[in-house]
Design a protein around this ligand. Structure first.
Ligand code: GLU
Length: 495
């Protein structure tokens, strides 16, 4: 038997991380088992469709490298893969269910249903259909049809007994039929509801394993009843553990949980996201955190999916992203950083950026970078004009606060010696500047601190000599000169 699994998103907006975790687990299972991963778009609820969502869903999958064997764009023998194009299948199933007396037409108006709900609420009963149309006589039905009332079709849920099924992750699940109501299967607009469409398609598309988030667990008894009524074999069910925040509350924006596209815009690497999502409910062992895509594929098993809620921890994701960033080659990191620099550096900086210049800068921030969207902030002084907007007090710091003349002399000396340098490499620059500190009788920390602000405009920046090397001779000298001039002007200016 070939494993066939599906990811069945509803196109109601940008896919959320939890939703993409479902896709990832299905994909991993398919790849591990040499099976097929199918994408099916569940667009039968016409009122909830959001334009552009399908593209965003597919972009999310592409970003994580979750290629699909059948589905939108890919096609396949079991298509179409949009439920809105599969209505004949559902209509056929509805006819079968009506014929076998497992379903019935319901003519109740929305007003009547509302009134029933209000009465139930007043009696503190759970809201549910009161089965008013379940036992209409033929005459009663014809009478309503004659009034051109457009019915919905409801499933005739058994009034007693139990529905049970085995869940690969949760074990045996039992529901009392008495708590399930006569749910709608076909709406008055001719579109099926999720339960019916999902059951019919999982059967017709020969899905072997239905793996989805456990919020769908309460729907499963309905599906099991539908399978039985349609006389078809249900697939294997596996409901994946819920995802919660570190405070164990339902996952929300507050926990940093956003749509999958947002993580890519925030500068998370797809490798890190893949790794992070793959551990939301699954584990390789009890300690390994950094797991490559290939290791996931080789080791993924449903047995190691946990039952307890998975914790979504932004701090962990950010840490993981840093680990993956540090593993990249400078070329690769530069390629990935460029679009972020392009997006985030101030507009005053000329585009396109000089790639070979960026290549010099990349290794200087690689250790510190946790997200690609931090790159612009960490490096903007490399691209800025030489008139850096720092305050003179920053330049002087504590050491030179009362000694601008000393700072000025130190800047001059550095300028003169660097202007002589015939090789512009960080080791060479260091070999000039360290002895100079001695000669000036300055602590290296004070001297280098002064130079750092002069060439970067900040007190915290990547290592000084490497920074100067990357900036190049002209920029470095120009910045030292400008710093000296500013000091000079302030000394000359009357207080
Ligand atoms: N369309 C449902 C969703 O949006 C699919 C649930 C299922 O996998 O059966 O999640």
């Amino acid at each position: 038997m070939t494993v066939r699994v599906r990811y069945a998103p509803s196109p109601t907006g940008e896919p959320h991380v939890g939703n993409i975790r479902t896709a990832l687990f299905n994909w991993l299972f398919a790849r591990r088992e040499g099976g097929r991963f199918i994408v099916r778009i569940e667009d039968t609820d016409q009122t909830r469709l959001v334009e552009g969502s399908v593209e965003k869903i597919l972009d999310g999958l592409r970003w994580l490298g979750l290629d699909w064997d059948e589905g939108p764009e890919a096609g396949g023998e079991y298509g179409p893969y949009f439920q809105s194009e599969r209505l004949p299948y559902y209509h056929q199933a509805v006819e079968d269910l009506l014929r076998s007396d497992d379903a019935y037409l319901c003519f109740c108006s929305p007003e009547r249903l509302e009134q029933v709900r209000a009465e139930q609420a007043a009696r503190k009963e759970p809201p549910r259909y009161d089965r008013h149309c379940r036992d209409l006589t033929d005459d009663e039905r014809r009478e309503r049809e004659a009034q051109s009332l457009i019915p919905v079709v409801r499933f005739k849920t058994p009034l007693s007994g139990q529905t049970r099924f085995n869940d690969l992750i949760r074990g045996e699940i039992v529901f009392e039929n008495a708590v399930l109501d006569d749910f709608v299967i076909l709406k008055s607009d001719g579109f099926p509801v999720y339960h019916l469409a999902s059951v019919v398609d999982d059967h017709v598309m020969e899905i072997t394993h239905v793996m989805r988030a456990d919020e769908w667990l309460p729907s499963t008894p309905r599906h099991v009843l539908l399978y039985a009524a349609l006389d078809i074999e249900p697939p294997v069910f596996a409901h994946m553990p819920m995802i919660v925040g570190p405070d164990r509350a339902k996952l929300s924006k507050r926990h940093g949980a956003v749509s999958i596209g947002e993580y890519s815009r925030q500068g998370f690497l797809q490798e890190a996201m893949f790794n992070f999502l793959g551990l939301l409910g699954w584990s390789l062992d009890d300690h390994t955190e950094i797991i490559s895509k290939q290791q996931f594929v080789e080791n993924f098993s449903l047995e190691r999916i946990g039952v307890t809620a998975a914790i979504f921890d932004m701090e962990k994701l950010t840490w993981m992203n840093g680990v993956y960033i540090r593993q990249l080659s400078a070329e690769d990191l530069t390629d990935r950083m460029l679009p972020f620099l392009d997006r985030d550096l101030p507009p005053s900086i000329d585009r396109p950026l000089d790639i070979s210049y960026v290549m010099q800068i990349t290794p200087l921030i690689q250790e510190r970078l946790k997200r690609l969207d931090e790159a612009a902030e960490l490096t903007d002084f490399f691209f800025a004009g030489d008139e850096l907007p720092y305050d003179l007090s920053l330049l002087l710091g504590k050491r030179f606060a009362e000694n601008s003349a000393g700072a000025l002399a130190a800047l001059h000396a550095a300028y003169v010696i660097l202007a002589e340098a015939s090789i512009w490499k960080s080791e060479t620059l260091e070999s000039f500047l360290r002895p100079l500190a001695d000669k000036l009788e300055l602590k290296t920390g004070d001297f280098f601190g002064l130079l750092r602000v002069a060439v970067t405009g900040r007190t915290a920046a990547p290592p000084l000599f490497q920074t100067m090397a990357a900036l190049g001779r002209d920029r470095t000298l120009a910045r030292l000169d400008i710093a000296a001039q500013r000091l000079d002007d302030s000394v000359a200016a009357p207080r």
